[in-house]
Design a protein around this ligand. Structure first.
Ligand code: PDD
Length: 293
């Protein structure tokens, strides 16, 4: 089955999907993106992704390529044409095509690309198997709240983790506090049973999975604290996990070669995974509201 991509108003075979060499995304990384999880044919956290896309576009003064409702029609159409029941949708908006000049072009329509990919359905057992993370210095810019396509530090960090046989790298700020993974948010469970993830600021991306977990945990009256935690606190934690639209809730059982807790997925991690699955199965459906343009 051939994959279909959406490129600036056209649905085209994936292998023929191309953008202009002077697209500012290509030349300057002048663009933003979103990754939506698809679970059982439904898009997860649609509203949250669109709100975050609006934040990223607004901060960079890039125009919406389409209204929200029209955008979601295209997203759903790409999902449908690619027969994705479980997997992800990648959406990228750049400032568009213009002769190379650092300053914004006077006139350029923002460019939109959407692709879809099928993946194996979420497998709780695999998510609980446990992965290793490595801690590395956070060398990113000061606006990590913007989901920019400029991902060089993240790519280098992920490769460093991979080279060390780890799954993810947790980036650490100048104060020795963990910010987040290269493509995931970071969580620990303290020895007192408190679930901790970094509070929202320009130092991290406010993950849609993170938000879903916080909401599901609050509903289930789990004791959660949104605050920074140090590498030492993580090393002495009872449990740890990462979250993202692609990793869902994935247990972390080793940090820098050292076991976390008893070296197995923790009780609260497993519970949070169950709560997250219930949450997305209950709340994750299309949420196109009338207020959208
Ligand atoms: N990454 N932090 C960073 C730096 C990320 O890149 C991501 C997502 C997250 C988690 O966000 P969410 O829960 O909305 O997926 C946190 C995506 C999946 C990616 O770059 O592929």
């Amino acid at each position: 089955m051939s994959r279909i991509a959406y490129v600036n108003g056209r649905y085209v075979p994936h292998r023929e999907a191309v953008v202009h060499i002077e697209d500012r995304g290509y030349q300057f990384a002048d663009g933003v993106y979103e990754v939506f999880a698809v679970h059982g044919g439904k898009l997860i956290g649609e509203q949250g992704h669109l709100d975050r896309l609006g934040h990223s576009l607004g901060e960079l003064r890039i125009d919406w390529p389409l209204g929200r409702r029209a955008l979601m029609v295209c997203v759903e159409e790409v999902r449908r044409r690619n027969h994705v029941r479980d997997g992800l949708i990648y959406l990228q908006v750049t400032r568009g095509v213009a002769p190379r000049d650092h300053a914004f072009p006077a006139e350029a329509d923002s460019a939109l690309v959407i692709t879809a990919k099928s993946m194996k359905p979420m497998d709780k057992e695999a998510l609980c198997k446990g992965v290793e993370v490595l801690t590395i210095p956070d060398i990113r810019w000061q606006r990590c709240d913007i989901k920019s396509v400029a991902l060089l530090p993240n790519i280098l960090g992920k490769q460093q983790a991979k080279d060390a046989g780890a799954f993810e790298a947790w980036q650490v700020d100048a104060d020795g506090m963990v910010t987040e993974g290269t493509s995931t948010n970071a969580w620990i469970v303290t020895q007192d049973g408190e679930l901790v993830t970094r509070d929202i600021s320009t130092s991290i991306l406010n993950g849609i999975t993170r938000l879903a977990i916080l909401e599901a945990a609050a509903e289930a009256q789990v004791n959660v604290s949104e605050r920074a935690f140090s590498v030492d606190e993580a090393l002495s934690a009872r449990e740890a996990f990462i979250s993202s639209s692609t990793s869902h809730v994935k247990a972390v059982t080793r940090i820098n070669g050292q076991s976390v807790g008893n070296g197995h997925a923790g009780e609260l991690t497993t519970r949070v995974l169950d709560l997250y699955v219930d949450y997305i199965e209950g709340h994750g459906g299309p949420q196109v509201t009338d207020s959208w343009n």
